[in-house]
Design a binder for this molecule. Structure first.
Ligand SMILES: *Cc1c(COP(=O)(O)O)cnc(C)c1O
Length: 420
């Protein structure tokens, strides 16, 4: 049916679903070739923070393209990378004094794992075990899949995935989580514990309280287990604060940032590390250097976009926008939660989610998912439910009218798509 050679991610071409052609972006809106104005209610997969084509970010990239397109970053440097690294160290929690660049959330996570194992290796205390939280998602490369939830999306690749220790998700009672973490850390072979702070994204928009995050961090500190915060999705204001960790007063040993780092317009990621991690690799011995790179590490145009993003955070009322958006979304969620077929309504900052009763049809492959996606698209709203979980996480610039449209589309989706 399709004549395009393009193979799309997380898309079943065999179903022959319509693939919209997007020609222009503006704020929270995507314009398509067939003249539609679609509300981007999931921030183009959680990346767009200030809106599409933000003028300051676009201008910064244009300006950078006049100067330097790309340069090797092993032992060479450039102004946008230096400015960005200094800005990040200043803006992010104290102790995260070192900035390592890469290109995506998955690679930021791979880098974090390699830093953790390198730390223990270079100290001649080999620890290799990684602890993860149940239902986590950290990316689609082999290492990132290994530390994520196992399921239909990685079953074919299971033979390549390494073994990890899984800590139960802190659902209603956090005690089993904390006990399991304490017990696992006591074994002494644990290199690091990696978490999505407060909000698990791809695992189904699951939330847990800041106090639990703080307790988990404290347990790791007591056992000298490195604490890695994967804020690839939660970072840059999604959860209401710049970082989710902020709400728990937690500073990780290693922090992963990507998605909103450039305002979500061009690929770039960082893995920030505290001094002990960097120092373990600092030596006159070349065998102890950090063995990781990719061709486009710290691309100057991408770094310029991120520098502009930091300026927007410093100079524009971003936090106020986030607070206003969170309040409006909270009101919508309250109304939607009244529906008898809605369960487990939850909010974390600018993200609201709920589960739709589909008569036992649940999980990632639930048939109700694509049915609702179609329903939303017919109403010019871009929402991709996670199975029977519906959520929105719009750019912070979305207008009150467009929030109304998104909420209305959600209400009619529940009424027309839910089971009886
Ligand atoms: C999206 C995501 C990743 C992977 O980022 P990519 O840029 O898609 O590789 C990693 N961790 C979390 C928590 C994410 O949401």
């Amino acid at each position: 049916m399709s004549t395009s050679p393009v193979w799309h991610p997380f898309h079943q071409h065999g179903l022959g679903e319509y693939i919209p052609l997007v020609t222009r972006g503006e704020g929270a809106i995507l314009h398509t070739a067939d003249g539609r104005r679609v509300i981007d209610a999931i921030s183009s997969w959680w990346v767009t923070t200030h809106g599409h084509n933000h003028p300051r970010i676009m201008a910064a990239m244009r300006e950078q393209t006049e100067k330097l397109d790309q340069v090797i970053f092993a032992g060479w440097t450039h102004e946008p990378a230096e400015t960005l690294a200094r800005g990040l160290v200043e803006m992010m929690p104290d102790r995260l004094d070192h900035v390592f660049y890469s290109d995506s959330g998955s690679t930021a996570v791979e880098v974090a794992l390699k830093m953790a194992l390198g730390y223990w290796h270079n100290r001649d205390e080999p620890r290799h075990r990684i602890l993860v939280l149940e239902h986590s998602y950290h990316g689609d490369t082999i290492g990132a899949m290994s530390i994520g939830e196992r399921g239909v999306f990685n079953r074919a690749y299971a033979p390549l995935l390494f073994d990890v220790g899984t800590i139960p998700f802190p659902a209603t009672d956090p005690q089993p989580t904390l006990d399991a973490l304490e017990a696992a850390c006591t074994a002494g072979d644990v290199a690091a514990f990696i978490v999505e702070p407060l909000l698990l994204g791809a695992g189904g928009m699951l939330t847990y309280p800041p106090e639990v995050l703080a307790e988990m961090r404290a347990i790791c500190a007591r056992h000298a287990v490195l604490f890695i915060a994967d804020e690839v999705m939660t970072g840059w204001g999604r959860t209401g604060t710049l970082l989710a960790c902020e709400q728990a007063g937690v500073t990780p040993d290693i922090l992963c940032l990507a998605k909103g780092l450039t305002g979500g317009c061009i690929p770039l990621a960082v893995t920030m590390a505290s001094a002990p991690i960097f120092d373990a690799h600092y030596s006159t011995d070349r065998a102890k250097l950090f063995f990781h790179s990719s061709s486009f590490t710290a691309n100057p145009v991408a770094c310029a976009a991120a520098v502009a993003n930091l300026q927007i955070w410093r100079e524009e009322p971003v936090r106020e926008r986030i607070a206003t958006l969170s309040r409006r979304l909270g009101e919508k969620l309250e109304a939607l939660a009244q529906h008898p077929q809605v369960s487990n309504p939850r909010q974390c900052g600018t993200m609201i989610a709920f589960d739709v009763d589909a008569g036992g049809d649940a999980g990632y492959l639930a048939e109700i998912g694509p049915r609702m996606r179609e329903h939303f698209f017919a109403r010019d709203v871009l929402i991709r439910p996670l199975g029977n979980t519906v959520y929105t996480m719009p750019p912070y610039c979305i207008s009150p009218d467009d929030i109304d449209r998104v909420a209305d589309a959600m209400a009619t989706a529940i009424e027309t798509c839910a089971g009886s």
